[in-house]
Design a protein around this ligand. Structure first.
Ligand code: KIV
Ligand code: ZN
Length: 510
């Protein structure tokens, strides 16, 4: 991007987003997401924190090797070891970037770093110079910038620019700022620091007060030309600026926000869906741009207006963000070709065995359910993709439920390829199913959340179940769907268990 009105979209779903409690992603999930982000036109992917764990290193490294034109960025603290490790991870990218940071606010320096201002200032110059010796593209961030004393912030940024930083990112780490203040901060920094015009200024806003997108846009209006964001606004605590909201705000309000991005907006819904599936975090129904209700019109007055002219109540078209207008799609007579076209329109490219397996499951579903909707197909494919390569998998389940107990689950699972069968009684059918899983795979984690939604309307709707497991300081969320609520519950629990194990192994390795 070269035009002065171009905004660089920096996606940090795999780094800051993955730092959300419970939002872990497996290696393969990161590769699939990387593929979609690059196809969508994201300029920079922050793929992870290579020094944090072997798993992070490998994911960043493989994303770097696979990248075509997107910049692959790794995060590093200001220590020499972190920066070397990061450089090694991104080295094979077509366009590698190191993003290094250190806290600059009084509260962080005193309590977190236990370092004085001079030591921090010295670390800035040293770390950026080291990174710049390893790659040409170096981003530097003063963590907690919005609570940093202005003169000290200027000194640190000046040191980073002198040492060779090419992008200066201003994190509102704790989501404390508001638009007017954040915009003024970017403007004042650009006006005060001598080398300001040699670097790209970037926003990184957290959403603790629900202002992350507004702050990012205020940053752009005041000269920032990179916006850091995540799909679905995933991220630490209340999350980051949501990529889909930033991009569509720029797109729809070009009249007063005259900036371009390279994003293919028709892929936004697919990206949102993929991140929700991977992390097990449902998208809130009324979420802007990608929520289920974002284009739904309920009241009579609104529906009447929509029928007369969609512009009465819609400021963008559902198709612009990749939401198809018709959702009644297929039935048991639909062929393989139509199924594949449907998957493509929903943002999935499946071939070979994966396509065959999905088509088989679609036919099974169509036998049980008269109308198969887009949401059914998405749920079905999501389940299949989530299960790829899992150590523990679901085979079959028979449950005795009802008022005449004992409620009993007869469950067959596969653990590392071996079939295992168990029968358990429980205090209700869900308890019996979960106890059966625990009997096959003993574990300490506790059930932290169990949620059931209907994927579509109707009594034959599929149930979508979310399960969150928590233990030993780790959390993992699993999600699955099935016309049978208990089967969906078992699959969701097993999905969460696989993720929890992967997370635990990652922690042990780091
Ligand atoms: O929020 C923050 O300050 C960060 C930095 C590491 C950029 O994520
Ligand atoms: Zn952050």
């Amino acid at each position: 991007m070269t035009d002065t009105s171009d905004i660089v979209i920096f996606d940090t779903t795999m780094r800051d987003g993955e730092q959300s409690p419970g939002a872990s992603m497996t290696h393969n999930e990161k590769l699939a997401l990387g593929e979609l982000l690059e196809a969508m036109g994201v300029d920079i992917i922050e793929a992870g924190f290579p020094a944090a764990s072997q798993g992070d290193f490998e994911a960043v490294n493989e994303l770097a090797r696979r990248s075509r034109s997107v910049v692959i960025c790794g995060l590093a603290r200001s220590t020499p070891g972190d920066i070397d490790r990061c450089a090694e991870a991104v080295r094979q990218a077509a366009r590698p970037r190191i993003h290094t940071f250190i806290s600059t606010s009084p509260v962080h320096m005193k309590h977190k770093l236990k370092m004085g201002a001079n030591a921090v200032l010295e670390a800035v110059g040293r770390s950026v110079a080291q990174a710049r010796n390893l790659v040409d593209d170096v981003e530097w961030s003063p963590e907690d910038a919005t609570r940093t004393e202005f003169d000290f912030l200027c000194k640190c940024i000046d040191a980073a620019i002198v040492a060779g930083a090419t992008t200066i990112n201003i994190p509102d780490t704790v989501g404390y700022s508001h638009p007017e203040e954040y915009g003024a901060l970017i403007r004042n920094l650009r006006e005060t620091i001598p080398g300001a015009d040699k670097v790209i200024w970037s926003t990184h806003c957290h959403n603790d007060l629900g202002l992350a997108v507004a702050n990012s846009l205020a940053g752009a209006a005041n000269g920032a030309r990179q916006i850091e964001c995540t799909i679905n606004g995933l991220g630490e605590r209340a999350g980051n600026a949501a990529l889909e909201e930033v991009v569509m705000a720029l797109n729809v309000r070009r009249d007063s926000l005259p900036f371009n991005t390279a994003i293919d907006t028709t892929k936004l819904a697919a990206a949102s869906h993929m991140v929700s599936r991977i992390t097990g975090f449902p998208v809130q129904y009324n979420k802007a741009i990608v929520g289920k209700n974002a284009f739904a019109h309920e009241s009579g007055i609104h529906q009447d207006g929509m029928l007369k002219n969609a512009e009465t109540y819609e400021i963008m078209k559902p198709e612009d963000v990749g939401v198809s207008k018709t959702s009644l799609v297929m039935g048991k007579h639909s062929g393989r070709h139509a199924f594949r076209d449907k998957l493509q329109s929903l943002g999935y490219e499946l071939d070979g065995d994966a396509l065959n397996a999905a088509f088989k499951r679609f036919k099974q579903l169509a036998d049980r359910k008269k109308h198969v909707f887009d949401d059914d197909i998405l749920a079905l494919v999501d389940d299949q993709l989530s299960a790829v390569g899992e150590r523990i998998s679901f085979e079959r389940l028979r449950v005795i439920a009802g008022s005449e107990g004992p409620q009993t689950a007869d469950l067959v699972m596969r653990v590392e390829g071996e079939l295992q069968e168990v029968t358990c009684e429980g205090n209700g059918p869900v308890d019996a199913v979960f106890l059966a899983i625990r009997a096959v795979v003993p574990h300490q984690s506790k059930l932290d959340l169990f949620q059931v939604h209907a994927v579509t309307g109707g009594t034959d709707a599929q149930a979508e179940v979310s399960v969150r497991l928590k233990g030993e300081g780790i959390m993992a969320t699993g999600r699955a769907s099935d016309p049978d609520t208990l089967v969906a519950s078992a699959k969701a629990y097993i999905h969460a268990l696989n993720k929890l194990e992967a997370r635990r192994l990652k922690r042990v390795a780091s």
